[in-house]
Design a protein around this ligand. Sequence first.
Ligand code: 1HE
Length: 268
Amino acid sequence: MTLQIDTARFKNLALEAHENGVWVVTLNRPSKRNALDIDTIEELVDFFSVAPRAGVSAVVLAGAGDHFCAGLDLIEHHDEDRSPADFMHVCLRWHEAFNKMEYGGVPIIAALQGAVVGGGLELASSAHVRVMDETTYFALPEGQRGLFTGGGATIRVTDLVGKARMIDMMLMGRVYSGAEAEEVGLAQYRVEGSSFDKAMELANRAAENLPLSNFAICSAVSHMQNMSAMDAAYAEAVVAGVVNTQPDARARLAAFADKSGARIRRDG
Ligand code: 1HE
């Protein structure tokens, strides 16, 4: 059963379907530096709930304008004057969206420019691959704003950079950019040109893999991180049992056997 994505329902996200089932999902409130209000979060939940069953082979996640994302919509948060319970529920919706991304099985490549801060970094860290350019910078300014991360940074950003750097980023408002940001693990690719073009190239490359392989890579690895080593090894065997015997893989294995399949070379 293949679901349809009703693009007309989306207002804060711009959606574009490209060839090979690659979709571009763009945060589209550049005048607000793509700050994440509750409507944007709900649209992310909607899109990433349907994408795995709608033939989406890969996603490029981008932000319109000069900045990827300024994090939580601070104006909405100020105006709503939320109770602790209200904000807990807001955070649970963020988790719903970001878990759908990380565990959904569809490769997500984030194209980052300008500010990737606060909740914007939480969003970016829910993607599977991050591409930065020379304008990109990362920070967690929550501490300075009298706030705390609520969209999964304590888990995902800590996974990327380690606990000591995470605490330093939050305490000091430390900003990472350039080679240093790449070295600490905030992005896997850094380009001089357009991060979007590179992200498209990577998304198209991932889309050449069989969908079931990509599903396993972009869900099983994350699930296994949450398991004991014994359980993860067992789950890996079960996933490999399903993926590595898929009928669609036979042609690729046959191509290796008859020597027409590509060999892995040092220069890629
Ligand atoms: C916003 C937001 C926002 C901009 N919420 N409206 N996040 C932050 O602490 C980042 C806050 N934003 C900034 O530091 C800067 O805006 C930027 C570095 C991202 C961009 O600077 P700049 O000079 O290009 O833009 P600007 O003039 O600051 O803002 C332009 C407009 O965007 C302006 O609106 P306008 O109607 O007055 O034109 C800003 O109000 C609006 N804007 N950022 C709402 N964040 C689940 S917990 C997560 C916790 C967090 O994410 S804490 C938030 C961290």
